[in-house]
Design a protein around this ligand. Structure first.
Ligand code: 13P
Length: 339
């Protein structure tokens, strides 16, 4: 694919008022969620939940792209319509998670490196044939006593860049996701320091491996107080420190930045996104690429009322709409009760 095709897909993914829905939980993660909901995890139950969500009417008003998982991209609804076709009919761009999860970093069991480069080009070519136009790879960095180490940051950045290069060669837009986890007692200042170091390493590697920045999307964490930190930074401080971190690290050629929700309370994730997106004149488009921040409430409803597909869809639609408003800095907390 020519470079400007990559650019136009990247731009489409961050079109005004739209964000990306990540529904790419791996089979083991999905099975854990189903088990917690008291539902026997099978191919059938996994497909049923995803079919209900992907069939939500009107999703294309707020969602530009959906990140699928290897199992899901191959699936069909009970009426025989491919999930990919269903998304395309709504004007939604299909994407695919292509990393193969994390393993322990040798010699540092609390740190992880992401795997999946082996055979990646072939897998990308197959996904492209199936209709995927973009991909996702997630690196995970933990903050703790003496971690992260440079030994962890560096290979994760290198692999993200190699993945991005493979994607562009195969004509898919890479979503580059270096997630600094917010679990722990650390302060927001520590989050800023580590997120800055990680992003600087990632962009150094992208440059080194000659990835075209105009044809990627960055998916970072927001800069927050650790979830167990005694002092929790307010909305304005989160927005200010997140923007400051990104301005220091993300080149202006990058067309879009979409945040992950990272296990935050769903309403807080929307309110923080809104505060960030009120900032004027940023060099890149800013929006969301949430999984739990979009699907969380729908899963809660599904837990109790598996038969009530409409209520499950309404819950997803509501979060998609509110996050779309937040991506334009137009969200108000009272809207939570209006929809
Ligand atoms: P969360 O929004 O639940 O953090 O998920 C986003 C994602 O795609 C993680 O890889």
């Amino acid at each position: 694919m020519a470079e400007n095709d990559l650019e136009s897909t990247a731009k489409e993914l961050v079109a005004p008022g739209k964000g990306i829905w990540a529904t790419d939980a791996s089979t083991p993660t999905m099975d854990k969620r189903l088990t917690a909901a008291g539902i026997t995890p099978t191919l059938e139950t996994r497909t049923m939940f995803r079919e209900v969500l992907i069939s939500t009417p009107g999703l294309g008003e707020f969602i530009s792209g959906v990140i699928l998982y290897d199992e899901t991209i191959r699936q069909r609804t009970s009426e025989g319509i491919g999930f990919v076709d269903l998304l395309q009919k709504q004007g939604i761009v299909p994407g695919i998670k292509v990393d193969k999860g994390t393993v322990e970093l040798e010699g540092s069991p609390e740190e992880k490196v992401t795997e999946g480069l082996e055979g990646l080009s072939e897998r990308l070519a197959e996904y492209k044939q199936m209709g995927a136009k973009f991909a996702k790879w997630r690196a995970v960095i933990s903050i703790g006593d003496g971690i992260p180490s440079q030994r962890c940051i560096e290979p994760n950045a290198q692999r993200l860049a190699s993945y991005a290069k493979f994607c562009q060669e195969q004509g898919l837009v890479p979503i580059v996701e270096p997630e600094v986890l917010m679990d722990g007692e650390h302060t927001i200042e520590k989050s800023e320091e580590i997120t800055t170091a990680v992003l600087l390493n990632v962009f150094a590697q992208l440059k080194e491996q000659k990835v075209a920045l105009e044809g990627i999307i960055l998916k970072p964490n927001m800069v927050l107080s650790g979830y167990k930190c005694q002092t929790q930074a307010g909305l304005e401080e989160v927005a200010q420190m997140t923007i400051r971190t990104l301005l220091k690290t993300v080149p202006k050629e990058v067309p879009g930045i979409v945040f992950l929700s990272g296990g935050q309370d769903v309403i807080l994730a929307t309110a923080r996104l809104n505060e960030i997106c009120k900032t004027k004149d940023l060099p890149w488009k800013v929006s969301f690429s949430f999984e739990r921040g979009l699907e969380g409430p729908a899963m809660e409803i599904w837990k109790n009322e598996v038969e009530n597909g409409k209520a499950v869809q309404s819950a997803l639609y509501k979060r998609a709409k509110l996050n779309s408003l937040a991506s334009q800095g137009q969200y108000l907390e009272e809207m939570e009760n209006e929809l």
